[in-house]
Design a protein around this ligand. Structure first.
Ligand code: NAD
Ligand code: ZN
Length: 251
């Protein structure tokens, strides 16, 4: 890994070059939305907005107390309405437009809709989306931004649930992700703690595919040897600068 442990500034050297033909896979986590005003999860002693995740983000919690789980997710859904994408989300849209069609993949662990609202297109929200809900009985799945009560029902009468991947459940898009991880040149992780699997294992797949790996975060990566480049700092500062160096355009 490079020795870029100091805070990122305009004079920090790098990065590697990145052409329009490069296959790029980006992985984002809660940190990219921190500067929009959404709390990260591990940053606060393992609590997510004051809750232990197993109390609110597991199938067991939902079957035991669906109203408590829905109150938590309804609060997260309401919070989305008060925040906006930041410069890092927007810079990734510029990068996507610069890269040739089909060569850019944005995998996000975030359940907020800030990448989508910024204009990202090729996005795989592997942990689900707060703005989607689905039935616990039938196949019904819908995008829904309404205020819901704490026991919302499907038209079939069954209980609805958030379209979120809870602990113990299989993330979405795993086959697509696996195929993108076989053909990439560069893997860039932004604002993720690297603690939640299987997302945390993607860097090893990227290395096996011979890709260059880049870590953007105020904190050092957990497995230092996995990363070729490290840019230390907040996403909304670092990502636009790197993207404008990569693309040669101001963002
Ligand atoms: P995490 O909370 O475990 O880690 C956040 C990371 O972001 C940390 O490494 C931290 O150093 C870094 N960070 C903090 N401020 C930053 C900034 N300004 N710029 C760049 N990085 C910054 O997040 P995770 O790895 O995404 O895992 C958390 C899980 O909880 C995910 O599965 C996610 O679905 C869920 N979650 C989602 C949201 C959201 O959608 N916005 C918020 C909280 C939790
Ligand atoms: Zn139903």
């Amino acid at each position: 890994m490079n020795e870029l442990r100091d805070e990122f500034t305009d004079s920090t050297p790098g990065p590697f070059s990145l052409g329009a033909d490069t296959h790029v896979v980006i992985l984002t986590g809660a940190g990219i939305s921190a500067e929009s005003g959404l709390a990260t999860f591990r940053g606060q002693g393992g609590l997510w907005e004051g809750h232990r995740v197993e109390e609110v983000a597991s199938p067991r919690a939902f079957s035991r107390d669906p109203r408590c789980v829905w109150r938590f997710y309804n609060a997260r859904r309401t919070a989305l309405k008060a925040v906006e994408p930041n410069a890092a989300h927007r810079a990734l849209v510029s990068l996507e437009r610069y890269i040739k069609d089909g060569n850019f993949t944005l995998i996000t662990q975030n359940v907020d809709d800030l990448h989508q609202r910024a204009g990202s297109r090729n996005i795989l929200p592997m942990h689900g989306e707060l703005v989607k809900i689905r039935c616990t009985e039938c196949n019904h799945l819908e995008e829904n931004r309404d205020d819901l009560d704490d026991f919302p029902r499907c038209s079939c009468g069954a209980l609805l649930r958030p379209h979120i991947v809870w602990f113990g459940e299989m993330p979405f898009y795993m086959e697509t992700i696996a195929s993108r991880m076989r053909e990439l040149d560069v893997f860039i992780a932004i604002g993720t703690s690297g603690a939640v699997y299987p997302a945390a294992g993607l860097v090893e797949q990227a290395k096996r595919s011979g890709a260059r790996t880049v870590w953007i975060n105020p904190d050092e990566p957990p497995f230092e040897f996995s990363w070729d480049e490290f840019y230390r700092g907040p996403a909304a500062t670092v990502v636009p600068t790197l993207v404008s160096r990569w693309t040669g355009k101001s963002v």
